[in-house]
Design a protein. Structure first.
Ligand SMILES: [Fe+2]
Ligand SMILES: [Fe+2]
Length: 292
């Protein structure tokens, strides 16, 4: 199989199982070098895009298994879109370097693992994937994906970056409610997502012009109404971005960034959990054990 055939399969085959086909170790030689920008993925009835707004359960309601299941459904949807969009990038940017492309393939494989972890756990909470409307927030950014760099700025530095904060928040809150199994899942995903953001940072950093710093460059690659607010959670864990290879200025600027939507989340309920700024992690990412 050629890599582009595999990417087309992930994008256009309609069933959830199709999206979970793992990548090969070796690929047949490519002849086609044209950029293909697929506008919409193939999806069967059960996993169609929906414009219905579904609110993610409030943190204080995660004592209920059903709410934990709904929350994981929300996250699983992100994983599915990530699988499709990294496949999309393989087709859209045939000129990307081999190392970037290999990074995307590895990321796809890990997103597939994440999707399976969420689906298995939500089944235990009585929720089936596709039971709840699926938004297509990542797919809505297609017009911003002009280049490998802008794709990496939006997908990796922003969406996957924000996921570093959210995976920490939810690992802590699930643990607070005594659900260590789900908390562990969040930490496994957190650690993989550090690698994903790192891959994005590598792809993005190569193109920083001499007169720009990484923050200015990032700002130049994303366009309104998409703002850097999308690159962080309502709680920001700066250390996660440092672990992912972002420089100090970038991390500080991102921490300080506000737009008109900042502050809309009711942080009072978040504060109740006393989440703290220290990271939850497993040993393998513990690069500075003395500090934690
Ligand atoms: Fe993921
Ligand atoms: Fe990811």
């Amino acid at each position: 199989m050629k890599l582009t055939e595999y990417a087309k399969h992930l994008l256009l085959a309609p069933n959830l199982e199709d999206k979970l086909l793992p990548p090969n170790k070796h690929w047949d030689e490519e002849i086609e070098q044209n950029s293909i920008r697929i506008q919409k993925p193939g999806r069967n009835e059960r996993i169609q895009f929906s414009d219905k707004k579904v609110k993610i359960p409030r943190l204080e309601h995660l004592n209920l298994e059903s709410n934990r299941g709904l929350t994981l459904h929300h996250f699983a949807n992100h994983e599915l879109m990530a699988i499709e969009l990294f496949a999309w990038a393989i087709l859209a940017f045939p000129y990307a370097s081999k190392s970037i492309r290999n990074g995307w393939i590895k990321t796809i494989e890990e997103e597939q693992t994440h999707l399976k972890l969420y689906i298995e756990r939500m089944h235990q909470f009585g929720i089936q994937f596709g039971e709840i409307p699926l938004n297509y927030i990542f797919w809505k950014q297609l017009d911003q994906f002009h280049s490998v760099e802008s794709f990496s700025a939006v997908m990796s530095l922003s969406f996957e970056g924000a996921n570093l904060d959210y995976s920490q928040v939810y690992a802590k809150v699930f643990s607070y409610f005594g659900d260590e199994v789900t908390s562990e899942i969040m930490l496994t995903i957190f650690e993989d997502e550090i690698k994903h953001v790192k891959r994005g940072v590598r792809a993005f950093s190569k193109s920083i012009p001499a007169e720009h710093n990484s923050w200015d460059h990032y700002r130049s690659l994303i366009s309104f109404p998409f703002t850097p607010r999308r690159a962080k959670g309502y709680l920001f864990f700066p250390e996660t971005r440092t672990l992912a290879g972002l420089d100090e200025n970038f991390v500080n600027q991102l921490g300080d960034y506000e737009d008109e939507y900042t502050g809309r989340v009711n942080l009072e309920s978040v504060k109740k959990f006393g989440l703290g700024s220290e990271l939850m992690r497993k040993n393998r990412l513990d690069s500075h054990p003395s500090q934690f």
